[in-house]
Design a protein around this ligand. Structure first.
Ligand code: NDP
Length: 284
């Protein structure tokens, strides 16, 4: 079998075009959705990420602002700036780019963002809402994975989903979203024995490990949907996922490539969360 590719770029473009019309409708009522991105320091990868986020906002008509702060910004100053943004009605979403310089307590910084503006979905209130199935912001990468399943007509209900990875930003929320969608979910991590055997039972297999080509063809059930979250830089500079794409595509039913799979969906769902934040505010 040769798997069908799940084209993240195409789905992202479709969703963003739809969002642009909703943004225009909100703007016409005086509620242009606004995202403020805070970058502290000069981490080169972070600079690229924040630029892409701001550009993506602008492309669909959102108001976006990038604030650059020096690497030695004090924690008190950063928290005070976030409080100001919390109180600013033109700002619907606040994103603090991670990682932060070591002297800043990332947990405290994230908890200072008002939950109704936590468009990254990393605040404890967002995590709690996801845990108990209440409305809140879903972390963008797993939210994007769920959109991909929906787009290919894969309803997780009654399926066995195996998530490899248990981070707070990908693995755990991914597992919770799949559970919410009535999948039976297995979460694997570095202390899981028989990981390959568990992975082989998956109708939906999500790899969020951070190890190039970790998932090999013998770990995949024929016909499974394989979502590859991993983004790894190889010594030759090329990007590579956590799944051995060339071998797994002959076993899986559906598979996301890297690049061009889950990656473009992450920023798309950041836009979606910002739009939802503005819609909620407009309706209050
Ligand atoms: P983390 O490093 O926070 O988590 C990795 C997880 O993988 C951990 O739970 C770890 O287990 C598990 N793991 C590591 N090695 C093994 C192993 N040998 N066997 C089983 N489990 C293992 O990474 P993230 O969740 O933040 O990211 C995962 C990948 O996704 C990375 O490549 C990252 O770059 C990418 N990513 C991509 C995004 C996108 O937009 N496409 C967004 C975010 C991340 P344990 O907890 O036991 O240590």
């Amino acid at each position: 079998m040769t798997a069908q590719p799940i084209d993240g770029n195409a789905l992202a473009a479709k969703l963003r075009a739809h969002m642009a019309t909703e943004v225009a409708a909100l703007a016409a009522q005086g509620h242009t959705p606004g995202l403020t991105v805070l970058l502290v320091g000069e981490d080169p990868a972070s600079q690229v990420y924040v630029r892409n986020k701001v550009k993506a906002c602008e492309a669909i008509g959102m108001a976006s602002r990038l604030e650059r702060h020096p690497a030695d910004m004090s924690e008190a100053a950063l928290l005070a700036r976030i409080q100001e943004l919390n109180a600013d009605p033109s700002v619907h979403g606040i994103l603090v780019q991670l990682p932060l310089p070591k002297h800043l307590n990332a947990d405290l910084v994230i908890e200072t963002i008002a939950p109704e503006k936590d468009v990254d979905g990393f605040h404890i209130a967002s995590a709690g809402a996801l845990m108990v199935g209440q409305p809140g912001f879903k972390p963008c990468t797993p939210y994007g994975c769920m959109k991909m399943l929906e787009d290919i007509g894969c309803n997780p209900r009654g399926k066995h989903a195996v998530v490899i990875g248990r981070s707070n930003i990908v693995g755990k929320p991914m597992a919770l979203l799949l559970l919410q969608a009535s999948a039976t979910v297995t979460i694997c991590h570095s202390a899981t024995p028989n990981l390959a055997e568990l992975a082989r039972q998956a109708d939906i297999l999500v790899a969020a490990v951070g190890r190039p080509r970790f998932v090999t063809a013998d770990m995949v059930k024929p016909g499974a949907v394989v979502l590859d979250v991993g983004i790894n830089r190889l010594p030759d500079g090329k990007l590579c996922g956590d799944v051995d794409f060339d071998a797994v595509k002959d076993v899986a039913g559906w598979i996301t490539p890297v690049p061009g799979g889950v990656g473009p969906m992450t920023i798309t769902m950041l836009l979606q969360n910002t739009l939802e934040a503005a819609q909620r505010r407009a309706s209050t």
